[in-house]
Each structure stands twice: as C-alpha cells, then as structure tokens.
Ligand binder design. Structure first.
Ligand SMILES: Nc1ncnc2c1ncn2[C@@H]1O[C@H](COP(=O)(O)OP(=O)(O)O)[C@@H](O)[C@H]1O
Ligand SMILES: [Mg+2]
Length: 592
C-alpha cells in the first residue's frame, strides 16, 4: 500500500495561504490588485480591528459572471494569463490564480459580484474554503469581497497577528503603495467605520505623490531621467527630511510597489554626502523598464522582483537621480515649516533676525534628526487628500544664478549673512555655505587631476597609532590624490609635508587625524569609499568659519561660487545653509 496521497483542495489552499496571506494587509493587497485588474476607478477598503475581524474591498470594476464567481475560488483559476509566456508582457497585477482560494481557505469569505451588462448579480459564501453557498444578489456592477475572522480555523497563524495598530499600519502602507501605483483611481480607506484616508483620482504621479505626502508638510521635488530603456521618475524630499529607516521611501517598478534594499540604497546614494550614511530619503521613485528585463514572479506576494542587469539599473538610478537632485536642491525652499519661528513686535532688529535665522536653521536640523517613524503608518484622525491650501515647494530661484543676484546687506554675529533678493530676505550660514563650495571644488579636482597640494615649509609631526600609520602608508597614492602628503616617522607618527591648496587655513594635524578617523569609520570599505566623507570633513576645517569677519567682496565671491555648485542649498553633511523669508511673510509677522 502506498503511503502517498493527494491533499484535499482545502488543505492545499491553506498551505498555499501560508505564503500569500501573511496578515490582513496581504489580503488588502490581493483584493485591491484584483479590483484594479478588473478596471475599477474607485476602490473602497474597510477594515475592522486592523483587518483581523474584517477586510472588505469594493470596486466598480467589470464584475464576474456567476460561473466565474465560483471558479475564481479554485486554485490556479485566473483570467489573466493563458500561456506561461504571457508572464513577460503582463499588464495585470495578478497572474497566479492563488489569492482568492488561499484567502478563502483561512477565513469566512463572502463574494458579491455583478458583471457589466448582467441583470442580476450573484453572492457566494464560503467558510474555510469549503462548501460554497451560492445565491442571487442585487447590487451595482462591480465586486465586493468581505473577508471575516482571518485564521479562525488556523489558531497557530492567528497567534502571530500583531496588535490592531500594527496591522492597521500595514494596511495603510499597502494602500499607499497602490495609490502611488495608480494615480487615476480613487482610493478610500475606512477603519472601524471611520474614514481615515481618501485619495481622489488625480492627473499625474507627481500630483498623487504630493497629495499623499502633503499631510506631513513635506515638500517634494520632481526628477525625471532616462537612460537607455530605463525611465526614472521621482518625487523626493530634501535631505533634512531623511530618516533612519527606509519606511518613508516607496519604490515602484513597472507600476508595482516593491521592496528592494538595493534599489533603496541606489536612491539614497543619489543624495551623495548630504545624506548621512545609514539614513534614507523620503519620497517615491517609479522605475519603468521593458518587461522582459524584470522577473516579477520570484516572490509569492510579488513584493520582490529580479532584474536581468541589476548593476546597470542601480547605477542608472544613482547617477541619473544624483544629477537632477544636485540641481533641485540648490536651495531649500519655503515650506510650512520654515515659517515656524514667529517674529513679533515692531521693526525687527538685526539681533532678532539673527535669532530667527538660528531657530529656523536649528528647526530644520532638528527635523533631520527626527526619530525614525513611518509617515504613512501614523494613525490619522481625519481624511487627508489633496490639500489645495498646502504650501508647495517652489524652487527659490529659477535655474542658477540666483545667489549671485542677491544684494548683500550685512553680517550678524560673524555667522549669518543677511541678503536681500527680489522677493524676500535670505539668511545664509556662512560656514555651511563656504563648506559646500570648498567641498564641491575639492571633489571636482579630486575627480580630475587630484587635489592640488601646498607644501609646508616646516613639516608637522602627528602622533598616530601604528595601525593608522600603516593605513596611510598603504594608501599613500590615494592620500596624495587628496592633496595630503605624509611620511611615516617611526611606526607611531607621521610628518605632514603638504596640505590641499584650498585648505591652507586648516591645521595640518587636525586634517590628518580627521582623515584617518573618517577612513576608519568606514571600516571594511576600500579607501576610495571614504573619499567623499574625507573631503567633506576637510572642507569643514578649511572653510570660512562662524566668527570669521568677511568683506563684502568675499561674500559676493561666495554667493557667486554657490551658483556654480550642486546641492547649493545644503552643507556637505546635509544641513540646510540658507533660509528665505518672503517680504509678505515679514510684513505679516510685524503686523503690517
Ligand atoms: N474584484 C474582481 N473583479 C473582477 N474579477 C475578479 C475580481 N477579483 C478576482 N477576480 C477574478 O478572479 C480570478 C482569480 O483571482 P486571484 O485568485 O486573485 O488570481 P489572479 O489575480 O492571480 O488571477 C481573477 O483572474 C479574476 O478573473
Ligand atoms: Mg489576484
């Protein structure tokens, strides 16, 4: 007698459900994808208790015939592909024919549907995937699927469900991804009977991204790039909004929200040094590639994808975004947050302005250091949709040349440069501005012929550990490209013979110690990987400092230089270096 027997369908489905149905949000994802595949223009998602007791998805799509309504609950029943080769030019989210039978096998499912053109609809009720009960039903064209009591028949899985708030957060995340995938569809989410999100259909990806993220006052810049067949579109927040986790960055490949750590890293790297290592930008990136270079069938929930030339793709994403971000972040623009500090009283004195500048810049830095949190997962008290009143990020200057056109008014506390533009007051942190300029120059010369060196008349001896001395000796060539010449003196000191021309103000000993520190901070990576950081640190020491007096000519030279560099709105470590207060705002604040 053989020991092998075929599993009954409901057991096979429960097993498959282990892969497809992880938690309530996976159900939301599958059902919303089906609604979109059915041509819906409006999708309503209701969840109760984080979706553990109820997930209901209603759409106004094409609906199903009574036969299809029964068939769709069977394994590998799909209307979306008929041959395996169809996979490569898939136009739908679904193709596996696994979701509905899997969900039905671990819940109490009710499907109500009416096909376009049909006089009547049908209702199918099924518990734990067995014995479907069919009855006629009224209702509009479209489909509603209700999933109750998830895992009621699989206690072991039910135990793994998290607190309601966590499951709700996952549901919101999924809905956000779908909303970013399809700007032309209206999405509504209600939680325990209360509407919490409404994303009305809009005309473009950019609009949708703004609408979705505007609740947090984030201002996004739009980047578009193409390389070969790869098209990249992004809506990204300035570096001071970066977070310690990647939760605020959505990536979509060919219209599918995906999780891909390498893509996320590629996007982060596009920010260059303005993003501290380990921080991630906020925003959305859509990548569109020819379907034949990406495999979407590598993950049961289709959350991961595989590329035939992933290196080339990551490289394109980093480089192309870097080029447009460098331009876009020339200046941090006016957003709701930059209005935070309020000036009251009569005519603002220079001292008051200085305080204002300090608070505004500090506030931006503070935001940059905000603890990790998921923007999209925060419970929301009310509907958020496109907010017409929200302040939009507009570039401060059209194109380049804006800094050079400012009129320099004066310096306060030897730290801030007050300038007048056509539209308002500009306050720059002189050290951060100088740092950015020096950094860009160092980077440019490093990339071409190497940083120019100034020889010291009297070499300076710097004590180091033997390991550090060895590291400098091993990388002598790279070090000299940085414009630094050191020679070992015994095994625990070096003599500094030359420093970068641009940094003659810097103390040679500090420069070398910082160089060593930066390289060891990036331990394990090749020396090359630390170059940006080293240059940023060198720029910091070698530049005009807070407290340095500057002549008007020096200030103008600095402003003009800012017009020539990328990322001119931030210091190399990502701190904003300028704030603007429009005249309108100024007048309001002094009560005019
Ligand atoms: N909301 C819906 N509207 C119309 N048809 C649907 C809907 N949901 C599911 N279907 C039909 O049921 C089939 C099976 O769905 P599913 O199990 O999710 O597999 P897949 O989406 O991979 O085809 C789909 O191919 C589709 O024909
Ligand atoms: Mg499906």
């Amino acid at each position: 007698m053989g020991r092998i027997h075929r599993l009954p369908a409901e057991h096979a489905n429960q097993i498959a459900a282990g892969e497809v149905v992880e938690r309530p949000s996976s159900i939301v994802k599958e059902l919303v994808e089906n609604a979109l595949d059915a041509g819906a223009t409006r999708v309503v998602v209701d969840v109760e208790q984080g979706g553990t007791t109820l997930v209901r998805v209603s759409d106004d799509g094409e609906g199903m015939s009574p036969d299809d309504a029964l068939l769709c609950l069977e394994r590998h029943a799909t209307s979306k592909i008929s041959r395996f080769t169809d996979l490569s030019d898939l136009g739908t989210f679904g193709f596996r024919g696994e979701a509905l039978p899997s969900i039905a096998s671990v819940s109490r499912l009710l499907l109500r549907t009416r096909a376009r053109g049909a006089d009547e609809g049908v209702e199918v009720a099924v518990e734990g995937g067995v014995a479907p009960a069919v009855s006629p039903s009224g209702g509009a064209v479209g489909t509603t699927i209700e999933v109750r009591d998830l895992f009621f028949n699989v206690p072991a899985r039910r135990k793994f469900l998290k607190a309601t708030a966590t499951e709700s957060a996952h549901v919101s995340d999924v809905l956000l991804g779908m909303a970013l995938a399809r700007y032309d569809v209206t999405f509504v989410l209600t939680r325990d009977g209360r509407p919490v999100r409404e994303h009305l259909r809009v005309g473009s990806r950019a609009e949708r991204a703004r609408a979705v993220m505007s609740s947090d006052g984030v201002s996004l810049v739009e980047c578009r790039a193409e390389r070969g067949p790869i098209r990249i579109q992004a809506m990204l927040a300035p570096p001071e909004r970066a977070r310690a986790g990647a939760t605020g960055l959505s990536v979509l490949v060919n219209g599918r929200p995906v999780r891909d750590r390498q893509l996320v890293r590629a996007v982060s790297q596009a920010y260059g040094s303005v993003l501290e290592a380990g921080r991630y930008p906020l925003g959305v990136v859509w990548i569109d590639v020819p379907p034949e270079v990406v495999d979407v069938n590598v993950h049961p929930q289709k959350a991961e994808v595989r590329f035939s030339d992933s290196r080339g793709l990551f490289d394109a994403v980093t480089r192309e975004l870097h080029a447009s971000l460098g331009h876009a972040f020339g200046l941090p623009a006016l957003g709701p947050h930059s209005q935070a500090p309020i000036l009251r009283g009569p005519v603002p004195t220079l001292r008051a302005l200085e305080g204002f500048a300090r608070t505004a810049i500090d506030a931006q830095v503070e935001r940059a250091l905000m603890p990790e949190g998921n923007l999209f997962a925060q419970p929301e008290p009310a509907i958020t949709g496109p907010q017409p009143g929200a302040v939009e990020r507009e570039p401060l200057f059209e194109g380049r040349g804006g800094y050079g056109a400012l009129r320099y008014v004066g310096q306060v506390r030897g730290t801030f440069l007050i300038c007048e533009g056509e539209d308002g007051l500009y306050i720059l942190d002189q050290h951060a501005a100088a740092e950015r300029v020096t950094f860009e120059r160092l980077k440019k010369s490093h990339a071409t012929r190497g940083v120019g060196m100034q020889r010291l008349l009297v070499p300076e001896v710097v004590p180091l550990t033997p390991g550090e001395v060895a590291m400098l000796e091993e990388n002598a060539e790279e070090v000299s490209r940085l414009g630094v010449e050191v020679r070992a003196v015994g095994d625990s000191a070096v003599a500094v013979h030359g420093v970068p021309e641009l940094l003659v103000r810097a103390e040679p000993a500090r420069l070398v110690r910082d160089l060593v520190a930066e390289v060891s901070r990036t331990a394990g990576r090749p020396f090359r990987g630390a170059v940006d950081l080293v240059l940023a640190t060198m720029a910091c020491h070698g530049s005009v400092r807070a407290g340095d007096a500057l002549s008007a000519d020096e200030v103008m030279a600095l402003l003009r230089a800012l017009d020539d560099v990328d990322f001119a709105g931030h210091c190399p470590h990502g701190r904003p270096l300028v704030m603007r207060m429009s005249f309108g705002e100024l007048e309001r604040k002094v009560g005019r």
